[in-house]
Design a protein around this ligand. Structure first.
Ligand SMILES: [Fe+2]
Length: 300
């Protein structure tokens, strides 16, 4: 016989939300069906989400009508949030949100970071404690283009020839935000000049070329064409050749999921398992997304 609730017991399961997971026909990624981020998520549902994120590396929540504050609150359940160095592109009173957008304001200034992710990378790998994951919420989407690609770096590691695995295991590499900044700025002059205070916040960091995921224990490649500048202990030309070989291997099509954005999508990916790339938007079309970035641990 089921236990009876006393009359003053809290309403049972009022905050429970049931959801399903549908794995994509791709190396990574799953859709979370039936969960409304704007509503309370109890600990059991959150634990399932956490597990799904570790298993699939990319979670897609469709049609999320959430405010910036709700976006931030949901992100914070996974850890403290990073504040992006380009304060020029923070969202108003919410510095936890970086505006990713190619839209220009009436005065001609950029609304957001317009060329974010134009190269394969893992978010803020240039910091001593790179990101656990990022959450990108669609605000305005172009009629064509604007896809985001995700490449599984566990599969990239596992696919390396054993001799190459032996060669790179134990190597360390430098990651720098500044190394390509001026080149990007020359190409996209709307990028703001960095103040000394901003430069001081993004001193280069050194990380293992092969990292171990702190929650699953799986190994993953952790170098990118965008932020990785050199491999320590190797002559620059030899290191460059090795980096090029690793980066070319990292983004083979068999490791990649291509996300085609739908209105109000929220996409949450694991920066410890994946690299990602913004495939580009035609200049004449408007695209705007809000990003939060959850801080992670120092890679080992
Ligand atoms: Fe990114």
């Amino acid at each position: 016989m089921p236990a009876l609730l006393s009359p003053d017991a809290p309403p049972r399961a009022s905050s429970q939300q049931h959801f399903e997971l549908r794995r994509f026909d791709a190396p990574v990624g799953a859709e979370v069906i039936g969960l409304d981020i704007a509503k309370p998520i109890d600990d059991a549902a959150f634990a399932r989400l956490h597990r799904a994120h570790l298993d699939h590396h990319v979670l897609v929540f469709r049609d999320q009508r959430i405010t910036p504050a709700q976006h931030i609150a949901f992100s914070r359940r996974f850890g403290p949030l990073d504040i992006h160095v380009l304060h020029q592109f923070h969202l108003g009173d919410h510095p936890e949100i970086l505006i990713v957008s190619n839209i220009k304001k009436d005065n001609g200034e950029p609304l957001g970071l317009g060329d974010a992710g134009a190269y394969w990378h893992s978010d803020i790998s240039y910091k001593p404690e790179p990101s656990l994951g990022s959450l990108l919420h669609a605000q305005e989407l172009p009629g064509e283009g604007g896809d985001t690609l995700f490449a599984d770096q566990h599969l990239a590691w596992e696919a390396l020839a054993p001799a190459l695995q032996q060669r790179v295991l134990g190597l360390k590499a430098e990651h720098s935000y500044l190394a390509k900044y001026e080149a990007l700025r020359a190409k996209n002059p709307w990028r703001p000049a960095l103040s000394q205070a901003q430069i001081d916040k993004v001193a280069p960091a050194v990380h293992p070329v092969v990292r171990t995921h702190p929650e699953t224990g799986r190994k993953a490649l952790f170098v990118s064409e965008h932020f990785t500048t050199r491999i320590l202990g190797l002559p620059q030309d030899e290191g460059d050749a090795l980096l090029a070989e690793l980066c070319a291997n990292s983004v083979k099509s068999e490791f990649v999921y291509r996300h085609r954005w739908a209105p109000h999508d929220l996409v949450f990916w694991d920066n410890r398992s994946l690299m990602h790339l913004a495939a580009g938007t035609p200049d004449a079309l408007r695209r705007k997304l809000y990003r939060t970035t959850v801080r992670g641990d120092a890679p080992f």
